[in-house]
Design a protein around this ligand. Sequence first.
Ligand code: DAH
Length: 347
Amino acid sequence: MSDFSTSLNEVSNEAALKELESEYLGKKGKLKAILAGVKDLSIEDKKTIGVKANEMKKQFITDLEKKAVEIEIAVFAQIEADEAIDVTVWYPSENLGHKHPISHASELLEDIFISLGFKIEDGPQVESEEFAFDKLNIPADHPARDVWDTFWISDDINKDKDIWDRLLLRPHTSPVQIRTMLKGELPVKIIAPGRVFRYEQEDARHTCNFYQLEGLVVGEGVTFGDLKWTLDTVMKQLLWEKTQLRFRPSIFPFTEPSAEVDVSCQICSGTGEVKWKKCSMCSATGWVELLWAGMVHPNVLEWCGIDHKKYSGFAFGMWIDRIAAQRFGVSSSRMFYQNKLKLNEQF
Ligand code: DAH
């Protein structure tokens, strides 16, 4: 045993460790010889020597494993020391990298909203069914659920959960509205940019994963007029001062009334034509659908503990990818996901 310990102390690399292992535990190893002899011993000796030999074997294995870890740590420490890079050293490079257009558009929007007094909120990408649907006034049997083609988290994980507690990849950023209101602080004035997921057939305008920006304002005397002013101001700042907004009536279970909001197309300045050809960005209509909005439904306020007789609110959602496409004049937001440096490097 002490021979083994002395030899183990001297070992400093993997090869030497392997050698020591086979010297003691290998087919022709010292300990193997002892263990092989056990069967010829008397019952008494088997009990003492046999047990002892087995204990020794276990101890050897534990010690060898410990040493292997020590060697590995030392090897990595050496690699770190040998390959250390001083990241503070100046190095002339023309290729510094840059923000992805979607991050760029998101940050431009965040700056505008912050300048209007909004705070930024965040929510998880793996969300509960309750926050993604039920508390937004979309119960399990509601036909509108089909609009949000949902990726559910696997049955293995969801099988023991109550129905409202099942997990999914959030198909929109609206659950952040619920999370924010449940904090119980009023007034609310937030935006929540983030990634969302939908089980979509991909085409020029649809991807399974994209980015939305949610907005929510709740307080006393908040009106649809405030909503219109806010979206108008933000879009004029983001795009150009002549940008026009068009509100069309729509239906969302969590807002009443609700609207789809079109923005005059930047590519053709709302004329539907570019160089006497039909504008492909807006399909020659002069408008692009970029926003959804409405007054927060009283049910949603109540379920978040807010008295709907005293308080009112507006909410809106935008598709950051499409806004980025408008702002940077790219015809399909899907191109942002193709990792083409030629495209990304232009922004
Ligand atoms: N969450 C909706 C969607 O993904 C968009 C939306 C509509 C958000 C109306 C809102 C809203 O805040 O008020 O389709």
